[in-house]
Ligand binder design. Structure first.
Ligand SMILES: [Zn+2]
Ligand SMILES: [Zn+2]
Length: 238
């Protein structure tokens, strides 16, 4: 056995495993922890997030983070975004680090925030009602080998863990609490979320679908210190 090769092997093993996130075809008829739309699982005392406009944000998707994902193993990830307000977001920085309660910071021309990503450790209970607009469908996580290419970029597509496939330069941010955010999940460009017939239109989306952040590719960077359930920054790129 060549002892000198050991440290390198350990580094490789320390990388996050990757799972492709796939949407199932059969409608959910009751709460499911891994879903598009559906019944959000919320920790005790955690309210269903509301947009600055007063409207409840739509639950786009949620899932249990699989084991092996470092500080996020077993957390529950839930991505909410307003139906009526659809735009890209930019990180509110103060002296090079994310501002306090950056998830609440006003975005663009708006007086507040219109999206919320929750990473909860004790999301035990489903809300009594499902999201009324986004069609409730199950999500499935399929492990795959996300080998970085010659530029260090991972596979495109919807995935949790692995290596981000940055459409532009890689971005990293320091949380308001001081911890470096860690990449956790990637949402592909123009992921169209099917909505129920009769749902109000979302600005800048196509037909009977909604999208996240104007259809930008989204990289979720999360606070490994769990300083707040909302301490996740959704990097937008295209
Ligand atoms: Zn709104
Ligand atoms: Zn933090």
């Amino acid at each position: 056995m060549n002892l000198e090769s050991e440290p390198e092997t350990q580094v490789k093993h320390a990388a996050m495993p990757a799972y492709a996130i796939e949407v199932g075809a059969e409608a959910l008829t009751g709460p499911g922890r891994d879903s598009v739309g559906g019944w959000p699982f919320l920790a005790e005392g955690q309210a269903w997030p509301e947009c600055f406009c007063g409207e409840r944000m739509a639950l786009f998707f949620q899932l249990d983070v699989p084991q092996g994902m470092g500080p996020f193993s077993g957390d529950h990830l839930a991505v909410f975004h307003c139906r009526a307000h659809n735009d890209a977001v930019f990180p509110p920085l103060v002296e090079g680090q994310l501002a306090g309660e950056y998830w609440e910071a006003p975005q663009g021309p708006y007086p507040g925030s219109f999206a919320r990503v929750l990473l909860q450790r004790e999301a035990a209970l489903p809300a009594p009602d499902p999201d009324p607009r986004i069609r409730a469908l199950p999500l499935k996580l399929e492990p795959f080998a996300d080998e970085p290419d010659a530029y260090g970029l991972g596979a495109q597509g919807c995935k949790i863990g692995g290596v981000p496939s940055w459409a532009q330069d890689p971005e990293c941010y320091r949380c308001a609490c001081g911890a470096e955010l860690v990449y956790l999940c990637q949402v592909p460009e123009n992921w169209e979320f099917e909505v129920y017939p009769g749902s109000p239109e979302q600005p800048y989306s196509i037909g009977d679908t909604y999208n996240l952040f104007l259809g930008n590719e989204v990289y979720l960077l999360a606070c490994p210190a769990h300083c707040d359930p909302a301490a996740v920054w959704p990097v937008n790129q295209h």
